[in-house]
Ligand binder design. Sequence first.
Ligand code: NAD
Length: 510
Amino acid sequence: MLLGATTGGRFMTNTARPDFAALAKSLKFRTQAFINGEFVDAVGGEEFETINPATGEVITKIAECDARDVDIAVAAAKAAFEDGRWSKLAPKERKRALQRLAALVEQNSQELALIESLDNGKPVDDAIAADLPDAVETLKWHAEAIDKLYDQVSPTASDLVSLVVREPIGVVGAVIPWNFPLAILAMKVGPVLAGGNSVVIKPAEQTTLSALRFAELVAEAGIPAGVFNVVTGFGETAGQALGRHPDVDCLSFTGSTEVGRYFLKYSAESNLKRVILELGGKSPAIVMDDVDDLQPIVEQLAIGILFSQGENCSAGSRLLVHEKIKDRLLEALLEHFKTWNVGDPLVEGTRIGAVIEEKHMNRILGYIESGLKEGGRLVCGGKRVREETGGFYIEPTIFDGVNNAMTIAREEIFGPVLSVITFKTVEEAIQIANDTPYGLAASLYTNNLHVAHKVSRAIRAGTVSVNCFSEGDQSVPFGGFKQSGFGGREKSFHAHDQYTEVKTIWMQLK
Ligand code: NAD
């Protein structure tokens, strides 16, 4: 039975904000893997617990898949791909099915946002304002693109025809992180399905529930069985099995740089499947001394490091500020940080929810310890709060007096912790910004057009935002330089390219 039906349509969008705490009590979850159009237990019958980070309580138990389940899911995806039930469908038919899926996700946005919040700890209003619209927009954009992408005819002699065509790559494995579970899932599924491929998703073990509700909507949208599958479980078992599977043609991973490396190894040791990696970051936010109004800048800086509890791959976690304006900017930033309250993710007005799990909270606290030990000056936050709730909450935290060699300036903390570093010249700002193994994103605040051009071209990162903190929308590619990415780009037509193979057809005419 579909969850939307069991909850009596109470999650419709365009209505007043519901009482999410009350609705959470009536939610029912899908907990089995979704393979070949059916919800099924793991072959081994094992289950694992998924925890609500806001309370530390178990939400439910989920099927723990391993290599045996991955084999079944990949076989289903391969059979679907080979018999053409999706891959050979007319582009406009695939478009209609993906548009129906986008519409269903939109209709069920409040419910999906609530699931996301319960499983991840993020404020439900953030999920409604950001994660869900993003997922819907992604699906719509790639659906629309399906029948607007043309292949090529190359210039040849008149007794030849030479076509350069794009064909689906086949079975795509997608391994997803926990920070934007549904938005990132949509970022893979949109272009993968648009390209005519089949997919096997492995969600993060911490945040599986929204992928399973999404699977119900995939079936409701009329996307044929076997085209979209979800194997639930852990990275070392289910994730690795997908990465090593000989019948997976492409593996698209978003997650940490550390785990991303494994997928290159899995590919090299199996079938040389194409690997696409979207990885971590340590992005700089650079503020020049020519800026005038500091208020809009501090607002953007705060979004850069505090949105999503700082659990954002492109978080602006290193604030590089010109020494002449550092004191003024820091004072304004400290004042503004007070408006970012930490609270219950289901309560209206909460801006910072819980971090994903206890282990991760302790990791963030460990980084704060290291910042203190290495000589950083803690000017706000630094502690766990709301411990009495059983949840995993951390205050917005700022370290002043950081230098770029300190651990907190080099490693991805993935929490609400900002490091303030000063510079004297534009050249020094560029040098510090690029002194990192990562290259995902950067933002720059300046009123000087020449500086804006010079710095945005000099920074080695996939996205540079000037006078804002932004990753752009579906129309532009997203991905990382250096150890922030490998093999492709999400979003835009670049995403389509990475899930297709290029074929040349060379025909001699009589
Ligand atoms: P993670 O690397 O720990 O896990 C990501 C996924 O990999 C999960 O599904 C996990 O089960 C799986 N996995 C873990 N170990 C594995 C193994 N040995 N073999 C196969 N699969 C394995 O990442 P996370 O903690 O879920 O997410 C946080 C990280 O993701 C951060 O580094 C963040 O920067 C990055 N991220 C990057 C982007 C981007 O677009 N560049 C977006 C979001 C998150």
